[in-house]
Each structure stands twice: as structure tokens, then as C-alpha cells.
Design a protein around this ligand. Structure first.
Ligand code: XMP
Length: 508
């Protein structure tokens, strides 16, 4: 399947939902030509939603030739409006705008709505509606305020949905999508991650030949899965470099070393560079300057160590599909939008290696499943994401060895208590932050004037937006008591209840 991206926040979600049905799917630019689409010969095309109005000047359009290819098309929201307008219909701002949940009545239970009850909840998210269609379209469903909530072309396999089947607020959305994929497009639903792994391993072998590949390990899931996959493909031709920057979480370095020396038996080079990083950070308080210095120190360490690895020709990176899409680097991918963030740990091209990026077609959840298939332990596969600059951006103000020790001890308590409460997998990122704030307290008979720890725990699908986790009070109380009792130098704990936006997940 190919999803044409009209700027929807949900385009990636559509692609994921399609892959969840074991149908391979990619996102492409909205202005891909009909000829290029024919060459790619997808079984079906999905036009994503998008924030624009089709009648606005400069609104993103698709090549109308797409509707004459005979390939099934499903337009979602803006995509439906575009298809109907291109084929003789009209789109207007809805009189009564329908955002959010709506009750949808199905008037035709043929193909797209096969097996769907007469009434079902759906999720709407656009101020415009298709107000009239040409005689070539049949209505399939309506809501109280939207007479054309779903339509179908009479003679071509073209369908439109005003609502979003890909979001969980449309409970039967997956069923509708499946009807489109399997019954209308004729997809088999046989794409498997295991097959993907086999194919990728073969491709890497062919490409790399007898050469050596270097892979940077960070302790995170993406680099670990990349290394595990490469190890399967080329075994002893793989060398890994782990830069210990002194900014990792408790025991992180040891866990990675144990896994990649005992289990995978890779040629692992550990660069102990704590002093070098801390020297570079001495006296620095500006967050961006901290990031810059960490980035430079990382590249220098990596470069120096890479020189000790003879005959390396390739560099493996754990780039994922969302990074590829967001950087505009996919072959037919949508234009560059926003890059996720200032990524530290990216290596410059002058290093002179050819890049191998075996995960560049996968989403994060697929990478995790792949990691499990490749035999990585749960602890690595389900580890919460950790920023490249590490604890330095959670130790506000100047970073020192002592402050890092305090932060690490508090962070371990936060993470362990969340795990003990069975909430680690339900939260997306949970950690401690050491604030540059001292406050007065009383411990035993004496007054104290000590540090503050903030606990941050968020839930998110994509890390672009996030909400604070509603952790139980008793758990918060327990974490607070433990941190104040066990971590020397801390006498106050706060819980961060800000969402992103306007706050960010990290504090710096
Ligand atoms: P923010 O704080 O921007 O974080 O809401 C979003 C996600 O990105 C991670 N993050 C980083 N990752 N280098 C990284 O590799 C960085 O400089 C960086 N800053 C934030 C953060 O942990 C969260 O998962």
C-alpha cells in the first residue's frame, strides 16, 4: 500500500495500522505522479487527511491521473474531499462543525462496511465536508451533521471516509481498513517481520561482502537491534563501539557490555571517556552549549576508536522510518517537515564510511518486535528512550560528577519503583531530574538546605506530543520517601505535571 501524505498528523498512524494487518505500506509525497505510482504498482492507495481546505489557494493536491489507474483508492478526510472534488463534487465548510466523536449510521453494508453494524462511533477532525458529489458517487454512511460521511464511486474502486478509521476513537476503524486492504485491494495480509528480517539479513550480506562494519552502541533499543541484526548477517565482521560518556544511566554500560560480549560475542570496543566529557562540560550551563560539546566529544571519541578498527568500510546506524520520513530522505518520501530534534550522536559524513541502515523501513514498535525475535532481552528491548546527551540534560545547570551521582541514584529509584508497580510498559518515559534549586528542610533535629529532584513520567505515542502520566499517589509518595531517605543531598521531591506542548519531555 502507498499512503499519500497531505500533511496529516495521522499519516504515520495510517501506515502503522496497515502494517498491523500484515500488509506492507510506505508513505509517499502527495505530489507523486500517476506514472510513478503505476511503476511502483501498489495494490492500493490511501490519501491521508490533512489540515488544508481543498478550495484554498496552494492546497496540496494529487495528480488526478491517479483516479484513472484502476488501483483502489481510499481517501480519508481531506483525502476524501480531494477525491470527490477532483471527480466533480463540492467541498464546503460544514455548517455545524463536527470535531471529535460522532455517531455514524451505515446506509450500505457492501464491501467497505461489510460486517459493520448499522450504527457505530467514528472520529471526525476537519471543519470541511463534501457537500455534494457527482452522480458517479453513492453515499454509504451519514452522521447527524454530515450527510456524506462515506462514499463510493459507482464504476471505479474509489472510496472516501470523512472520519478517521486509523485512530482508536473509531473503534471499528481497523475493521473498515481491513475490508479495504483485503477485500477491495486484494492484499493477502502475509507480510511478516520475520520475513523482513531474513530479507534484510540477506541484503546486508550481499552489500557488505567480506568487509568490516562498525556500529555505535548507545544502550538504546535502536542501536542494539541494529547490532543484533548485523551480527546475524555478518557475525565476526562486525565491530561495535560503545562510548562511555559518563552520562549514562545506572548500570547501563555494564548491561550493554554483558549482552554484546556474552550473548552476541561481538568485537566490542568500549571507550571510557567520562573525564573527557566532564572536562568539556565544566562550567557550562547553557543547554544547547552542553549538547554541542557532548556532540563534538562523541564524534572525536568515535573517530579515534574507529581508527583502531582496520579495514572498516561501512558504518551501521539505527535510523528508523519516522526519521527517514521526517528528514525527507525516503525515495518518494514526503517533503522535509520538522526534524525530530537536534540529534546528538549523529556522525558526520567526513568519517568516510558507507552507511548501512537496516531499520530504515521500520517503526519503533516493529523494531522492538524485531529485537525480541533476534533474541535481545526484554530489558534492552523495552527500555525507555534516552536522549543522546544523556543525564547532562537532566542535571540542570553545570554538570559535575557529584551531581550526576545524586541524579543517577534518584533516577534508579524512580525507574525501579515504576517497574515494581507494573507501570514501566504503560509509561513511555520515566526519569528523575536534578534541579539547581536548594530549599530548606528539616531532618531529625536539624535544618537542611539541600537539593530538589523532579520526577518526570509521560505517556506518548510519538514523543512529539505527550501527557504526564497519572501515576498513583501512593507510588509517588513511596518514590518521594525513598529518594529523600536514600539519596544523600536531596530533601524535596516534586512531580512534573506539564504536558508537551507547551513543556518538553526533557527539562533542558
Ligand atoms: P523533548 O524534550 O524535545 O524530547 O520533548 C522528545 C524526545 O527526544 C529525546 N531527546 C533527545 N534525543 N538527543 C537525542 O538523541 C537530544 O538532544 C534529545 N533531546 C531530547 C527525549 O528524551 C524524548 O524522548
Amino acid at each position: 500500500m502507498l499512503v499519500l501524505d497531505f500533511g496529516s498528523q495521522y499519516a504515520q498512524l495510517i501506515a502503522r495500522r496497515v502494517r498491523e494487518q500484515n500488509v506492507y505500506c510506505e508513505i509517499v509525497r502527495h505530489d507523486i505522479t500517476a506514472d510513478r505510482l503505476r511503476e511502483r504498482s501498489p495494490k492500493g492507495i490511501i490519501l491521508s487527511g490533512g489540515p488544508a481546505s481543498v478550495y484554498d489557494q496552494g492546497a496540496p493536491k494529487c495528480d488526478p491521473g491517479i483516479f484513472r489507474l484502476g488501483i483502489p483508492v481510499l481517501g480519508i478526510c481531506y483525502g476524501m474531499q480531494l477525491a470527490c472534488e477532483a471527480l466533480g463534487g463540492q467541498v464546503k465548510q460544514a455548517k455545524s462543525r463536527e470535531y471529535g466523536r460522532a455517531r455514524c449510521r451505515i446506509t450500505s453494508h457492501a464491501d467497505l462496511f461489510a460486517g459493520i453494524p448499522d450504527e457505530t462511533d467514528v472520529w471526525m477532525s476537519h471543519g470541511d465536508q463534501v457537500s455534494s458529489v457527482s452522480a458517479d458517487f453513492l453515499p454509504l454512511a451519514k452522521t447527524d451533521t454530515c450527510p456524506l460521511a462515506a462514499v463510493k464511486h459507482v464504476s471505479a474502486p474509489i472510496y472516501g471516509l470523512q472520519f478517521h478509521p486509523e485512530v482508536t476513537h473509531t473503534p471499528l476503524g481497523t475493521h473498515v481498513l481491513r475490508n479495504f486492504l483485503i477485500d477491495i485491494c486484494g492484499c493477502e495480509g502475509s507480510w511478516k517481520l520475520g520475513d523482513f528480517a531474513k530479507e534484510t539479513i540477506e541484503n546486508v550480506r550481499r552489500r557488505v561482502g567480506k568487509n568490516r562494519v562498525i556500529c555505535g552502541l548507545s544502550g538504546g533499543v535502536d542501536s542494539s537491534v541494529t547490532a543484533a541484526l548485523l551480527y546475524r548477517a555478518i557475525g565476526s565482521q562486525l565491530s561495535c563501539i560503545l562510548v562511555d560518556n559518563g552520562l549514562l544511566r545506572e548500570d547501563e554500560e555494564q548491561a550493554v557490555i554483558a549482552e554484546f560480549t556474552k550473548h552476541f560475542k561481538t568485537d566490542l570496543h568500549v571507550v571510557s571517556a567520562e573525564k573527557r566529557f566532564l572536562d568539556a562540560l565544566a562550567g557550562i550551563t547553557d543547554p544547547q552549549e552542553k549538547r554541542r560539546r557532548i556532540g563534538h566529544a562523541f564524534i572525536d571519541c568515535f573517530k579515534e576508536e574507529a581508527k583502531n578498527i582496520k579495514d572498516a568500510k561501512f558504518l551501521a546506524q539505527g535510523t528508523l522510518y519516522p526519521d527517514v520520513i521526517e528528514s525527507g530522505a525516503a525515495a518518494d518520501g514526503p517533503a522535509a517537515t520538522i526534524k525530530l530534534h537536534h540529534n546528538v550522536g549523529g556522525l558526520p559524513a567526513e568519517l568516510g564510511f558507507e552507511l548501512v541502515e537496516p531499520l530504515r523501513d521500520l517503526f519503533k514498535d516493529e523494531v522492538r518486535r524485531l529485537g525480541l525475535e533476534l533474541g535481545l532481552p526484554d530489558d534492552i528491548v523495552w527500555r525507555h528512550p534516552f536522549p543522546g546527551p544523556g543525564l547532562a540534560v537532566r542535571c540542570l545547570g553545570e554538570v559535575t560528577r557529584e551531581k550526576l551521582a545524586t541524579l543517577r541514584a534518584a533516577d534508579t529509584i524512580v525507574v525501579n519503583e515504576i517497574k515494581a508497580a507494573g507501570l514501566y510498559r504503560q509509561t513511555s518515559q520515566s526519569f528523575a531530574v536534578l534541579l539547581p534549586v536548594q530549599s530548606v528542610g528539616v531532618m531529625g533535629d536539624g535544618r537542611t538546605y539541600e537539593n530538589t529532584i523532579a520526577i518526570r513520567s509521560v505517556n506518548t505515542d510519538d514523543f512529539m506530543t505527550a501527557d504526564w502520566s497519572r501515576l498513583p499517589y501512593d507510588l509517588l509518595a513511596h518514590m518521594s520517601t525513598r529518594i529523600i531517605n536514600e539519596v544523600k543531598g536531596v530533601n524535596r521531591v516534586c512531580y512534573d505535571i506539564s504536558s508537551k506542548p507547551p513543556a518538553t519531555i526533557e527539562w533542558e
